[in-house]
Design a protein around this ligand. Structure first.
Ligand code: NAD
Length: 250
């Protein structure tokens, strides 16, 4: 059902973004990949998905503009690139705050403002933002991440309203902990800030509020993203879909 449609997924060289790219490609979409990583691995991914690849730094406005100019008109825009930093607020590095707000929130505004004209003209479009359970609830030591994710949930609702009559939907997918490099890389910082072992961080911090006691798998996020692109999902807009093992039901 995505044959002839062009999908750009930011931050798609690994983790959730890559799984979304695979899920959309499986439905026939032409894929544009973006993100950092090892050249050889990216070359392999490009071949696997028959994809284009545009490497720009989305913490800058120029990076977002260069990406959108290179990608051309896209029918499906997935804002997924993101990063995390864990520190008490009084020690939170200002440059980390700025970079996280720029990547996890502002880059989605820039890609969306540049993608919308083509979608309106085509009379069809899908904007999917990878938010987080942290778009609905907070955890200590993640000031920038929680602020940016709450922000993207608000941006998504606004886009949904502005685009409602154009057959363009905008939704968030909000996973709790998904087993990816981003999660793995924050374990050492949490160990340090809370004085815990690796096992304690995994069981008592990461999965503490996830009643299913299971990490979300990236394929589960990819499957929901693909569903949101179906015509049967045309009235699903402005929604924030949790895939969180019951976290935010508590
Ligand atoms: P990841 O680290 O595996 O992937 C992040 C991607 O973003 C990579 O492709 C990376 O190259 C790219 N990226 C990083 N900085 C960039 C920059 N400046 N410009 C362009 N691309 C950049 O992480 P992930 O876990 O797959 O996370 C993807 C998204 O999912 C993020 O928005 C994250 O906040 C969100 N999320 C993740 C989890 C989780 O548990 N992993 C949970 C909820 C939400």
């Amino acid at each position: 059902f995505l044959k002839g449609k062009r999908a750009l997924i930011t931050g798609s060289t690994s983790g959730i973004g890559l799984a979304i790219a695979r899920a959309l490609q499986a439905e026939g979409a032409e894929i544009v990949l973006n993100g950092f990583g090892d050249e050889d691995e990216i070359a392999k991914l490009r071949e696997e998905l028959g994809a284009e690849y545009i490497n720009t730094d989305l913490t800058t406005v120029e990076g977002a503009e260069e990406l959108m100019a290179g990608a051309g008109g896209v029918d499906v825009l997935v804002n997924n690139a993101g990063m995390q930093h864990v520190a008490p607020v009084e020690e939170f590095p200002v440059d980390k705050w700025n970079a996280i707000i720029a990547l996890n929130l502002s880059s989605a505004f820039h890609t969306a403002r540049l993608a919308v004209p083509h979608m309106k003209q085509a009379g069809w479009g899908r904007i999917i933002n990878t938010a987080s359970a942290h778009s609905l609830t907070a955890s200590p030591y993640k000031a920038a991440y929680v602020a940016a994710k709450h922000g993207i949930a608000g941006l998504t609702k606004t886009l949904a309203l502005e685009l409602a009559e154009h057959n363009v939907t905008a939704n968030c997918i909000s996973p709790a902990y998904v087993w990816t490099p981003l999660v793995e890389s924050q374990i050492p910082d949490t160990m340090k800030s809370r004085g815990m072992t690796r096992e304690e961080v995994m069981n008592d911090v990461l999965l503490a509020r996830q009643p299913t006691k299971k990490f979300v798998q990236v394929e589960e996020v990819g499957a929901l993203a693909a569903f949101l692109c179906r015509d049967v999902a045309q009235n699903i807009t402005g929604a924030n879909y949790e895939i969180d093992g019951g976290w935010t039901a508590q």
